[in-house]
Design a protein around this ligand. Structure first.
Ligand SMILES: [Fe+2]
Length: 339
């Protein structure tokens, strides 16, 4: 039996070349990352990835012990993908980096079903992460000069991703992602009890706001849903699952602890401190795919100064769910990917 123990899996060079040929070939056959035929075929196509790589990811997902892993050694053609764009809007479809988007989707299909939000990046399935002028100080993937504080992806949402995949297209200055995998044994047992109770409020982050998306009249409903989540007072637990190795759901920047609960406030400060103490850097290299177990690990990004010269750090992001049915009521069809 193979356990995924080392968080870095290095793809042998020969295999990386054949994976590159595969994604280049698929990019000729399909129309773009949202091509329904491509999405239907993904798990079948992913069976063409090397068996050791698939076995590693399978263990990573099933064992549920590592908070993250990095698939390293995959190839990115820097000249084909062109400059880091100034914005994710108004890009060609398919884009020059369609093979790299396919690569990310194939890895996603080994873990579950890729999905996205109608309220983020205009409903795109594969998101871009690069600095955008005017957004420098925002707590979003397109920000830069501020620390992107540790968070569970889409922590506010009951249907948030089970896995998050970040594919690195370029990162010449080695700007680090940050991750924090806490050891629950370092928390006071009374604090764990309180953190496992529904004492905490998480508001949607700003990337889901209408002001950051193109909004049409028919879209009004979904943003009013986000508005409702922003206002409403549903309380959730920060820790859940197995008490000895609990899952985590946290985004302190967008969270509130109700004033009437000083014990919850104290427990929350304790886990925030532990999270800060447990932080470490992962600087992605071109071709790296960082897979985050979104129930184990909070993540973020170090601050940096963008150059806006076409060479800025550029990642692609895909969210994956292991259960499409839970969001069926909010998706237009069984095969629809947008919530
Ligand atoms: Fe994130």
């Amino acid at each position: 039996m193979t356990f995924a123990r080392d968080p870095v899996y290095v793809v042998p060079e020969e295999e990386a070349r054949s994976i590159e040929s595969l994604t280049l070939k698929l990019a000729e056959q399909y129309n773009g990352p949202e091509d329904e035929e491509l999405l239907r075929e993904l798990p079948i196509l992913a069976a063409e990835l090397p068996v050791d790589q698939r076995r590693y990811l399978r263990s990573f997902a099933l064992d549920d012990r590592l908070g993250y892993c990095v698939i390293r050694g995959l190839r990115v053609d820097d000249s084909r993908i062109g400059d880091t764009p100034p914005h994710w809007r108004d890009r060609p479809d398919p884009s020059p980096e369609f093979p790299e988007e396919i690569l990310l989707l194939l890895h996603g299909a080994l873990l579950g079903e890729p999905f996205a939000w109608r309220t983020q990046q205009d409903g795109r399935l594969v998101h871009d992460i690069f600095p955008i002028k005017g957004y420098e100080t925002e707590q979003m993937g397109v920000g830069s000069t501020e620390l992107l504080t540790l968070h569970t992806e889409d922590a506010f949402h009951p249907w948030r991703a089970d896995f998050l995949l970040l594919g690195c297209l370029r990162n010449p200055r080695g700007i680090a992602s940050i991750i924090s995998d806490i050891d629950v044994d370092e928390l006071d047992s009374a604090h764990v009890d309180i953190l496992m109770q529904e004492n905490f409020i998480i508001r949607p982050d700003d990337s889901h706001l209408a002001v950051n998306n193109i909004i049409s009249e028919s879209d009004g409903d979904m943003f009013s849903e986000i508005d409702r989540l922003k206002k409403d007072d549903v309380r959730v637990a920060v820790l859940w699952g197995d008490r000895n190795a609990p899952y985590i759901r946290i985004d302190p920047y967008f969270m509130e602890v109700p004033d009437d609960n000083p014990e919850a406030a104290e427990a929350f400060r304790a886990i925030e401190d532990l999270m800060e103490r447990s932080v470490h850097d992962v600087a992605l290299e071109p071709g790296d795919i960082l897979v985050i177990n979104n129930h184990r690990l909070a993540h973020g990004r170090r601050p940096f100064t963008a150059s806006y010269d076409g060479r800025d750090r550029w990642l692609k992001r895909v969210s994956v769910t292991t259960d499409m049915r839970k969001s069926r009521a909010k998706r237009g069809a069984a095969t629809a990917r947008l919530i």
